[in-house]
Design a protein around this ligand. Structure first.
Ligand code: FCB
Length: 441
């Protein structure tokens, strides 16, 4: 039996664009993901979030499923283009009304809302003015955050400013596989800084407005290890660690970019006086999304090469629960004693409904069990972990993979919009009930 402390927060996570659909309803403006998904070739099979899980209309029944699971908290994101359709300026009351109802619906069911304020759906109108490469976007974000807080602040115990600034900056502006689909390192690192600045400005605005909920941010972090002790591999792994971890952790917790950043990206000339004080404004908790560990080899062209995993999953990444423990311990021992939350971890599969109606996803159960255990091991080593949120509550639009992979505890039949519990949903409900892992598997 692996038991967790009383009050441990077992949750489940989603994000607006991935589940809501209703992209042109009730005054929502277009976001960069609407543009990107409607760009031929950008997303697998041309899938879009136009309908997704139709959660915008089906939210009451979805919240009932969360009750069935027994979660103590639900992490969802607010779509900026529903609240401020053009990114700045006019506010859309209908958008606020939707999240107001959702928040009340959760509270009525005894579930704590954990609100992500930015999960990648930048209003397209701001992208047209340079997006995250434009410093003004950071201030517009803080303005929007104030509006959401004014409406929901009396009822939200957990706020997250950004989800995964790594993906927004580097996957969106360097790899080009996420919106806005750019491939330019200079633009990417500028966007990264403005994202962190947006976070800092939002934290400061929330404090100024008397926020009573806990304020944090979710970063996706990786465990990075050299493939050998060859000095070239060691140097490569240090560079990848800079790119995936230290470019986020150091400014947030030390108020400075790492000393090796300029060698990698060029002078960070977009940093202005006072920015890093804002970026490192004190937080109440820190969210970690963990999916990947990387073994790294030197590569003369790209500086590093991630060694392909021995047993890739449906998205090509490996499974490495030990990496979650390593990441949690690193953040605690090297960066901060703040309470930590695993705000995402999960496994992509090609789930299907068997003739008897069951959905056997024992690989996902094994994945979560191993990651829950790794989280518990980190706690035994002293890490102040207070919550664990599987990605995802239900199958949804998985960005560049469209509907081609599934991450949910609940299966979504996209033709009928029926939701069905997978075996992992039953398993997770029993973990929540027992407040830990029963059995010795
Ligand atoms: C993370 C995202 C989340 C989801 C999972 C699988 O990078 O935050 O929206 O797509 O990956």
């Amino acid at each position: 039996m692996t038991t967790f402390p009383d009050g441990f927060l077992w949750g489940a996570a989603t994000a607006a664009y991935q589940i809501e659909g209703a992209v042109a309803e009730d005054g929502r403006g277009p976001s960069i993901w609407d543009t990107f998904t409607h760009t031929p070739g950008a997303v697998l099979r041309g899938d879009t979030g136009d309908v997704a899980c139709d959660h915008y209309h089906r939210w009451p029944a979805d919240l009932d499923l969360l009750s069935e699971l027994g979660v103590g908290a639900y992490r969802f994101s607010v779509a900026w283009p529903r609240i401020v359709p053009a990114g700045s300026g006019q506010i859309n009351a209908a958008g606020l009304d939707f999240y107001d109802r959702l928040t009340d619906g959760l509270l009525e069911r005894g579930i704590d809302p954990m609100v992500t304020l930015y999960h990648w759906d930048l209003p397209q109108a701001l992208q047209d003015r340079g997006g995250w490469a434009n410093r003004d976007t950071a201030s517009y974000f803080a303005d929007y955050v104030r509006v959401v807080h004014e409406r929901l602040g009396d009822r939200v115990p957990y706020w997250l400013t950004l989800n995964e600034p790594y993906c927004s900056a580097f996957v969106g502006h360097l790899d080009g596989t996420h919106a806005p689909g750019l491939r330019d390192q200079r633009v990417a690192v500028t966007a990264l800084h403005h994202l962190l600045l947006a976070h800092g400005k939002a934290v400061t605005a929330l404090r100024a407005d008397g926020v009573t909920g806990q304020v944090g941010i979710s970063c996706n972090l990786t465990s990075v290890l050299p493939a050998s002790d060859d000095p070239a591999d060691l140097a490569a792994s240090r560079r990848l660690d800079l790119h995936e971890n230290r470019m986020f952790l150091n400014p947030l917790f030390f108020g400075a970019y790492p000393p090796d950043a300029a060698a990698q990206y060029g002078e960070l000339s977009f940093v202005r006086d006072g920015d890093l004080e804002l970026i490192s404004a004190p937080l109440d908790y820190f969210g970690i999304n963990y999916y990947e560990a990387h073994h790294v080899r030197a590569d003369p062209v790209h500086g590093w090469q991630r060694v392909p995993p021995a047993n890739p999953t449906a998205t090509g990444i490996g499974v490495n629960p030990r990496g979650l423990r390593d990441v949690l311990e690193r953040v605690y021992f090297d960066y901060t004693s703040l309470p930590l939350v695993v705000t995402e971890t999960g496994l992509a599969l090609h789930d299907y409904v068997a003739p008897d109606g069951g959905i056997d996803d024992h690989e996902r159960i094994a994945f979560f069990e191993a990651h829950v255990r790794a989280a518990h091991d980190a706690m035994s080593a002293g890490v102040p972990l207070i919550g664990f949120f599987p990605w995802s509550f239900m199958d949804n639009f998985e960005w560049a993979s469209g509907y081609g992979v599934r991450y949910g505890l609940y299966y979504v039949d996209y033709l009928t919009q029926q939701r069905l519990p997978k075996d992992s949903a039953h398993w997770y409900a029993s973990v929540i009930k027992a407040n830990g892992l029963t059995g010795d598997s």
